[in-house]
Design a protein around this ligand. Sequence first.
Ligand SMILES: [Cu+2]
Length: 146
Amino acid sequence: MQKTPLRWLSLLATVWWLTSVVVTCAVATEPLQSDAPTIIPMTADGVQRATITLDSYSYNPNHLIVEAGKPVELTLTSVATMIPHNFIIKDPAGALSIEQDVGAGKTVTITFTPTQRGTIPFYCNKRLWPLPSHRDKGMEGKLEVR
Ligand SMILES: [Cu+2]
């Protein structure tokens, strides 16, 4: 009979500890990104240039607007620690198909010329099984071709 209050106390402590861990994880994985569209400016040489920052698990900016028929140069800069990401963009017609790996902390540049007007999604398909893919964690965006 003497031990019952102690047992309750330790149970309460365990519940409190588990709750705080779950809350901390939920706050930490909240993606920080803006959905505001970014019109990629054309430089003097006729190339539409932009830098996209890759993090775990986001692209920033994640809504790009470009002009059809003009070259696009994207500098993909990863600020992620340890986790490798990629940049995949494929239009349904098959005119545009890019799959570029971007290692943690690395920068790579891709160039392409979108020909079809429309909105094409881009995303990261990396995943650490059995966790959801990076795209499922919010690592996606869209390229609006006008
Ligand atoms: Cu990724």
